[in-house]
Design a protein. Structure first.
Ligand code: GLC
Length: 422
C-alpha cells in the first residue's frame, strides 16, 4: 500500500487537536488527562513531524514521577468533571496530581528509538535525563512488583496492565470485596456506548481496589504485599523485559557500567522467569495469579509479545505462531485482544476482543525482529486497513473492522504516522 497523504494529514491534525500544551489527551471527553503509555506511543507519532514536541510529551509525563520512582498511570494536569475517578478520588497528594498506580513500562523503548532517530549521540541531553528517569522507574518495578523474585511483573490493579477489562482478570476480580464501595457516578458510559464498556459489577471491583490503595496512603509496599488484586501480567512482564534490553543499550552508550550490570542480571532473571507464565496445555504465555498460582489459560494479544521480549524456545514460538494462525479463522483483522471462543469473548467489548493498534505494533515489531516478517506485514497492513476503513478509533472489531471506543484517538493517529501508514 502506498502512503495516503490524506490520512497523514488527518493523523497530524488529531495529535495537534488533542495537544493540551506539552501533553496530549488520548481523546477529548472520554480520557481528558495525560495517560502514561499513551504518551510514549504518541511521542513516536509526533517524532515524525515535530521532534521537540515528541521529547516534550515524555518530559511532561516524567514531571509527575513519584519520589519512589513510580511513573503514574494518569497525570491530572487540569480539572475535568467529565471523568471518574478523578484526582479527588485517588487522593494521592502528589504534585502534579496523579493516580496511585502505574501503566506498562514502554517508555525506555521509545526513548531509545527517539534517540537513535536523532543520531544516537551519547551526550544527547534529553536522552540522558530520561534514561535516569526510566532507570528509577524500572527499579521501582524490581523493588515493589516482583514478589516471586523471578523477574516478572505483578500488577495491583487491572488498570495498570493497560488491557483494563481483559477476561484475564475476571477470576481475581471476582474475589474482590465490593461491600464497602459506596455510591459513585461513572462517567465513561456518558461518552461511549455502554455495550463497549465494562459492566457495573466490574467497575465496582475496580473502585474497591483503588480504595484499598488509598486506605494504605498509597504505600506501594503495603499494597503489593496485602492488596486484593495481585496478578502477574504477561503483557507488562514482556514489556519490562524488552524495556530493560533497550535501557541496557542506553546504559552502555553512556558508559554507566554498574547500571548495565544490574540490567543484564535483571534481563537474565526475566528470561528464565518467563517460563512460569508458559501454559503448555494452551500453548501460550498467559497471565497468572501471584496469590493462587492459577493461570488465566487465555490467549490474548499480549501473549504474542513474547517475540517483542525475545523469549521462547523454538517449540514455544511455533505454538504461538499456530495460535496466531488459528485466530485468522474468525478474525478478518489481526490481532484480537482475546481469542474468539474464549470465555466472555465479545468483538465489541473493551479488551475482550477488539484490536488495539499499540499492542499490534509491538507484536509486529517483535515478529519482524525474530524473522517472521510475513506475519509482521500481515498485522501492519490489517492495521492500516482498519484506519482507512473506520477512522482513527480507540479500538476495532476484529470481525467487522468497525471502530469502537473513542474517536480521533491520539495513539491510533501516532501508530499510523510511525508505523502502519508507512
Ligand atoms: C483505556 C485503556 C488504556 C489506555 C487508556 C487511555 O483505559 O485500557 O490502556 O491507556 O484507555 O487511552
Amino acid at each position: 500500500m502506498t502512503r495516503d497523504p490524506r490520512f497523514d494529514e488527518q493523523a497530524r491534525a488529531i495529535l495537534r487537536h488533542n495537544d493540551r500544551g506539552g501533553y496530549t489527551v488520548p481523546t477529548p471527553g472520554l480520557y481528558p488527562f495525560q495517560w502514561n503509555w499513551d504518551s510514549a506511543f504518541v511521542a513516536l507519532g509526533f517524532a515524525t513531524f515535530d521532534r521537540d514536541r515528541a521529547w516534550q510529551e515524555i518530559e511532561t509525563l516524567i514531571s509527575a514521577q513519584w519520589a519512589d520512582g513510580m511513573i503514574p498511570h494518569i497525570v491530572f494536569h487540569q480539572d475535568d468533571a467529565g471523568y471518574f475517578p478523578g484526582p479527588d478520588v485517588w487522593a494521592t497528594g502528589t504534585m502534579p496530581r496523579s493516580s496511585g498506580i502505574t501503566q506498562p513500562p514502554v517508555l525506555a523503548s521509545v526513548v531509545r528509538q527517539l534517540w537513535e532517530q536523532d543520531g544516537a549521540d551519547p551526550a544527547h541531553a534529553q536522552m540522558r535525563a530520561l534514561y535516569a528517569a526510566c532507570l528509577r522507574s524500572h527499579r521501582w518495578f524490581h523493588t515493589y512488583r516482583d514478589p516471586l523474585g523471578n523477574g516478572l511483573v505483578m500488577v495491583t490493579h487491572n488498570w495498570e496492565t493497560g488491557r483494563d477489562n481483559s477476561s484475564e482478570w475476571d477470576d481475581a476480580l471476582a474475589r474482590v470485596d465490593t461491600s464497602g464501595v459506596g455510591a459513585y457516578q461513572r462517567r465513561d458510559t456518558g461518552h461511549v456506548d455502554a455495550a463497549m464498556r465494562p459492566r457495573q459489577a466490574e467497575y465496582d471491583r475496580y473502585v474497591a481496589i483503588l480504595q484499598f490503595g488509598r486506605a494504605c496512603g498509597w504505600n506501594h509496599r503495603q499494597i503489593a504485599d496485602h492488596g486484593p488484586f495481585r496478578m502477574i501480567d504477561v503483557g507488562m512482564s514482556m514489556e519490562l523485559l524488552r524495556a530493560n534490553r533497550d535501557l541496557l543499550v542506553l546504559a552502555e552508550a553512556i558508559s554507566d557500567a554498574p547500571a548495565a550490570a544490574e540490567l543484564r542480571a535483571r534481563i537474565a532473571l526475566s528470561e528464565t522467569g518467563m517460563d512460569w507464565l508458559w501454559n503448555d496445555s494452551v500453548g501460550a504465555y498467559c497471565s497468572r495469579d501471584a496469590t493462587t498460582g492459577e493461570s488465566s489459560a487465555l490467549v490474548t494479544n499480549a501473549s504474542f509479545l513474547a517475540f517483542y521480549a525475545g523469549v521462547g524456545n523454538a517449540d514455544q514460538r511455533g505454538r504461538l505462531l499456530a495460535a496466531l494462525d488459528r485466530m485468522t479463522a474468525s478474525a478478518r483483522f489481526l490481532i484480537p485482544s482475546l481469542e474468539a471462543g474464549s470465555r466472555d469473548y465479545d468483538h465489541r467489548r473493551y479488551w475482550r476482543g477488539p484490536i488495539w493498534l499499540v499492542v499490534s505494533y509491538m507484536v509486529a515489531q517483535g515478529l519482524a525482529e525474530q524473522g517472521h516478517g510475513d506475519w509482521a506485514e500481515r498485522i501492519r497492513s490489517d492495521s492500516a486497513a482498519l484506519i482507512a476503513q473506520a477512522g482513527f478509533y480507540e479500538s476495532f472489531s476484529p470481525e467487522t473492522g468497525e471502530g469502537s471506543g473513542g474517536a480521533d484517538f491520539s495513539w491510533t493517529a501516532a501508530m499510523w504516522l510511525a508505523w502502519c501508514g508507512a
